[in-house]
Design a protein around this ligand. Sequence first.
Ligand SMILES: Nc1ncnc2c1ncn2[C@@H]1O[C@H](COP(=O)(O)OP(=O)(O)OP(=O)(O)O)[C@@H](O)[C@H]1O
Length: 449
Amino acid sequence: MAKKINKNSKRVLVVDDEHDLAELLELTLIKMGLDVDCAYGVQDACARLDRAAYDLCLTDMRMPDGEGLEIIRHIQAKGMDVPVAVITAYGSTDNAVAALKAGAFDYLAKPVALDQLRLLVKSALALDDMLVLDVSDRPLLGESAAMQHTLELISKLAKSQAPVYVTGESGSGKERAARLIHGSSSRAKQPFVAVNCGAIPENLMESEFFGHKKGAFTGANEDRDGFFHAANGGTLFLDEVADLPLAMQVKLLRVIQERKVRKLGATAEDALDVRIISATHQSLSQCVEAGRFRQDLYYRLNVIELRMPALREMGSDVLVIARHVLARVAKLNGQKLPDFAADALTALQRYDFPGNVRELENVLERALALADGCAITAADLQLSLSDHEDEEGLDLGEKFPLQDYLDRVEKQAILEALEKTRFNRTQAAKILGLTFRSLRYRLDRLGIQ
Ligand SMILES: Nc1ncnc2c1ncn2[C@@H]1O[C@H](COP(=O)(O)OP(=O)(O)OP(=O)(O)O)[C@@H](O)[C@H]1O
């Protein structure tokens, strides 16, 4: 039967020799508004990939005529731009790791949980967008407990209309989080307007925020909307809100309280519906104490606080994010995707990243330019580890090689958690602050039965 192709929607290739499972995946994806083709083996899949353009390929790992990995290799050999996610048999972490190493975007274990499938597909397609279209739609990456907690809070915040105040160090993803809240909320189809409050000259501030009527001041040659009008129905993101001058804070408070804006030179006010998300890397409460920020505005903005974790609090997420960033930058530059050498992985994990993910992005961009060969080395990263860290390492021989040492520490902590919970893995994962999936992965990697 000929399928109706929706020209604007994304196209997914599902590959599974089990027709029932293929159909279940197909139905789930169709419900997400995607166009889906099914292939029932490796050869069939490769032939379809050669014939049509796909935005994502979801493949079983083991099929009678070959392995899912062959599809990944086929895509790479042909230079196609198709992210692949593999579906692995329950508990076969080796397969998952092999697939990720071969270039798969992610994996799902059987039996496939449909909500996990939806999440994966959404982020795969968003990831693809980020590579070719709009950088702003990228999701927040990270599997650490800290990032999972943040993502859970973000999805709750998306269901509310309350003002959100995002805190976190510079480069930790505050704007990204604000976009995610907006993008997952009922306002998603309305505008998201991001304003850097520190970058607007004080004399223009009022007209930039509230707009003006023609003739309101010299040079006002026509009516103009300000940020509030532009964000009507959507979200206004006030970045570096601590930089607002006090006089402007008073006006902002009034607008937020009354939900009405009067353009400069206008007689009437316009009722507007704008959700405010604000952020700063400074401590707003300290600014209040120092008299630089109005307490009443602080209370209005800080109804709910979302704290973005620093990269150094996100454990091995640094590697997850590094791989994604490297893939993106290599693609943008039209370069072949290099691997990380073992010493580079160690260096990434040891470095503090005071500039967080933004710094990581810069480091990798530079490393990619410096690397000659197919691997990025620690030298290419040019990370200066602190003297303290170097000394510690030199004193303690047991810390070398670092990976073995870290594995021993990790194993010890996991065994303790398992003993405490009488080997209940769900409970142990909770104690350790890991997701169940992440604990299962670690148990396999460390060979804990
Ligand atoms: N968890 C993450 N996963 C992927 N990319 C991230 C993550 N966190 C931050 N980034 C990336 O890091 C860069 C900085 O993020 P963003 O601008 O949101 O940070 P910020 O906290 O608002 O920074 P600043 O305080 O300087 O305004 C962006 O390119 C963003 O895509």
